[in-house]
Design a protein. Structure first.
Length: 248
């Protein structure tokens, strides 16, 4: 079930439709800004920026918005510096939660997240309180029926992939160390093998089970955190089952 859980924990947010397109574009703009801040404004030499731009284009973000975000990141336009900050905490049932944020105002973000955790049965914790339960990995997820497992495995093993796993929900999942993510992504791209999802993310070392009612409460907190303007990624060690994914 570990393979299924890795995918489900990502899928719970990737599969949700953000009706407020402006909010989604705002989050993606911050990703572009921070990528340009750290690696420059040329996507041909800044893989992180290239991926951020691809993510923005995938949801029809206007070219002008993308260009403004790049210029803000490189300092060509004013707008304040965006910081990467990771917040850690506990949800209902003691499940571990990691929130990766991009913020231009820590003094606003932290109190807002503390309030969300408290209101929805959790607690914002100190740095390091749950991070030891997660590993940062490059993650690629494919539809197992649409790819050749042997070819995917061969490419993975030759380009820094650590593990190739067929999951119980029809996916083929490849993980790597973060430093090998770019090499592996380019190898799949060269072979014209397109993943359903590719990113560097936090993956729980193990997952925990909770009762149905606690699971519903935890999902509400995860979804509220995911909707926060400053939060880019939410990771948890909750075993997100199909029943929890389909809850109203």
């Amino acid at each position: 079930m570990a393979g299924h859980s890795k995918w489900a924990n990502i899928q719970h947010r990737k599969g949700r439709v953000d009706a407020a397109r402006g909010k989604l574009w705002s989050k993606l703009s911050k990703g572009i800004i921070i990528a340009a801040q750290s690696g420059g404004g040329d996507p041909s030499s800044n893989f992180k920026l290239r991926k951020a731009i691809d993510d923005a284009k995938a949801v029809s973000m206007p070219k002008d918005n993308i260009e403004r975000a790049i210029k803000r990141g490189t300092g060509e336009l004013d707008g304040g510096r965006v910081e990467e900050v990771v917040y850690e905490g506990y949800g209902p049932g003691g499940v571990a939660i990691m929130c990766e944020s991009l913020t231009d105002n820590r003094n606003r973000t932290a109190p807002e997240l503390r309030s969300l955790f408290s209101k929805l049965g959790g607690e914002l914790g100190k740095t390091g309180c749950v991070s030891y339960l997660f590993d940062r990995k490059g993650l690629f997820v494919f539809d197992a029926e649409s790819v050749d497992e042997e070819q995917v495995t061969e490419i993975a093993l030759e380009n820094g992939g650590e593990d190739v796993e067929a999951t119980d929900d029809g996916k083929l999942q490849v993980t790597s160390q973060p430093d090998d993510y770019q090499t592996l992504a380019e190898a799949f791209e060269a072979a014209e093998i397109v993943p359903e999802l590719k990113e560097v993310t936090l993956i729980p070392q193990t997952t925990v089970e909770v009762d149905a009612e606690t699971g519903k409460k935890a999902m509400r907190l995860l979804e509220q955190l995911d909707d926060h303007d400053d939060i880019q990624n939410v990771s948890t060690n909750l075993n997100i089952t199909d029943d929890l994914l389909t809850e109203d």
